[in-house]
Design a protein around this ligand. Structure first.
Ligand code: PRP
Length: 182
């Protein structure tokens, strides 16, 4: 067992479970975008693995783009406080946009990001998330597509990190409390 595995309390979703579900959702997205050519946006960094698997399961012709954002504060007062660290290079006016996220927690990031992208006059904006923790929501944010709804546990792997570690685990694991409570 390597160091990364030692710090995982339990495996929440195996690589096989993820693969099966990602393919199902990719098929739904193919139906949604039939006859169209969406701009599929990877929200760095956590989504990168999900994004790579999802787009390779999709048969729809598409374009890729990347954004890096962070969101400050919670809900009401400071909503809109989105820091864009890397913006799209594609002009999305009149385009169908699919945002690919790894996890929705408070909902602040996507709430603000959706508002920003909608201000650029796209034809449509949809969100697909690998994981959703609805218990943690602070603002109204319902993704159009969700692979897995999960409990409020600290998850790592398949792109997701703790202090930048664990992103390259092939499964989604629950981190041992001792790792982040020391
Ligand atoms: C995570 C995730 C979302 C956001 C969700 O990103 O990818 O963007 O947090 O949280 P929220 O719903 O409370 O806004 P993170 O800031 O950890 O960056 P990373 O993807 O680069 O790890």
């Amino acid at each position: 067992m390597n160091d990364m595995q030692e710090n995982v309390e339990r495996i929440m979703l195996t690589a096989e479970q993820i693969e099966t579900r990602v393919k199902e959702v990719a098929a739904q997205l193919d139906k949604l975008y039939e006859g169209r050519r969406p701009v599929v946006v990877c929200i760095l960094k956590g989504s990168v693995i999900f994004f790579a698997d999802l787009i390779r399961s999709m048969k729809t012709p598409l374009e890729l783009d990347f954004m890096a954002v962070s969101s400050y504060g919670t809900g009401t007062a400071s909503s809109g406080a989105l820091k864009v660290r890397k913006d799209l290079t594609t002009d999305i006016a009149g385009r169908d946009v699919l945002i690919v996220e790894d996890i929705i927690d408070s909902g602040n990031t996507l709430y603000n990001l959706k508002k920003l992208l909608n201000s650029r006059a796209p034809a449509s904006v949809n969100i697909v998330t690998l994981l959703d923790k609805p218990e943690r929501r602070e603002v109204p944010m319902e993704p159009e597509y969700t692979c897995f709804v999960i409990e409020d546990e600290f998850v790592v792997g398949y792109g997701m990190d703790y202090s930048e570690d664990y992103r390259n685990l092939p499964y989604i694991g629950v981190l041992k409390r001792s790792v982040y409570e020391k």
